[in-house]
Design a protein around this ligand. Sequence first.
Ligand code: PEP
Ligand code: MN
Length: 337
Amino acid sequence: MIVVLKPGLTQGELQKVIERIESFGLRAHLSEGTERTIIGAIGDERLLVDQTLESFPGVEKVVPILKPYKLVSREFQNRSSVIDVNGHKIGGKKIQVMAGPCSVESREQVLEIAMLLKDAGATFLRGGAFKPRTSPYTFQGLGKEGLSHLTHAREMSSLRIITEVLDPRDLEAVYDCTDILQIGARNMQNFKLLTEVGKLNKPVLLKRGMSATVQEFLLSAEYIAAEGNRKIILCERGIRTYETETRNTLDLSAVPLLKQLTHLPVFVDPSHGTGRWDLVAPMALAGVAAGADGLLIEVHPHPEVALSDGPQSLKPKKFLSLMNDLKKVAEAVGREL
Ligand code: PEP
Ligand code: MN
C-alpha cells in the first residue's frame, strides 16, 4: 500500500508511522518528492488495511494496492477452478443446470419434478428443506423430513442434490443428503456459517447477498476458502435496486466481472434474479452468453399451488424448451450443455 503523508509532518510523526507499518512485518520504503513524501509499505498489506493508519497525525491518505481477498483471486490462481461434484464437473466446458422447486413440499412432489428434470437434461435437483422466509408466518420448509424426500429423489433419479443450510446446527443432517451445500443470499455474511462450511469437504454454492457489492461477495467466499474448503461456486441472484417491476435486478455484468477477479465458477439464478417466470428464460440465456458456468432455476409442475416462489417458477414444459434454447447459446459461446 501507499501511505501519502501530509506536508509539514514532523520527524517524530514520520517515525511513528514507520514503526506502525513495521510492527505488521511490512517494510517501509520512504520516497521523498518535491511536494510530498510517500511511504510504500511492502509486504502483505491485507493485515494492515483495517488498521486505521489514516488516523495517525501526518497521514493524509492510504491507498491499498492489493485486493483484500487472496485465495479466491485470479492473482492467486490464474487457472479457472473446476469442481468435481461426484462426477459432474462445474466450471469446465459443460454448463450445469440445477433445477427444482423452491421448497421441498412432499415426497411425491420432489420425485415427480426430479424425473421430469432428468428427462429434460438437468444434472442437479435443487429444493429447500430449510427455508429462509421473510415472514415468520409463511411456510418455513419441511426441515429434516424434507431432507429425507431429497435423499429418496436422489436414489430414484440419480440426480445430484443441492439444498440450502441456514444454521450451523443443521450442517450434520444436511451434509449427508446433499452433494452441494447452498448458502443463501440472506446468509452471505453469516460469518459463523461460512467458517463452518469452510471446514467441510463438500462443495458450497454461495449466493450473492441482495445488497452485497462484488467485493463483499468475494470476501465472503474468502471466509470459506480461508478455512480450507476451496470448492466454492458463486451465484449471482440479483440485487436490490429502486426498480419495483422485478423482484431483484439481476446484475449480469457481475458474471464477466467475477470471471476476471476470481478463478471460482460463477452461476446465475434468473428465478430469484427477476421474480417472474416470464423473464427467467431470457435471463438464463443471457447468463450463459455472459459466461456463466451454470444456472440455478426454479421449476414446479403446479406453480399456482407452490408453497413458495410460485410466480417465478417455470412449468416443466417451459423448462424443456429453455434447455433446447440453451444448447444453441452454449454452443455459440464455446460451451456445451
Ligand atoms: C432459494 O434458492 O430458494 C433462495 C432462497 O434463494 P436466495 O437465497 O437467493 O434468496
Ligand atoms: Mn426460492
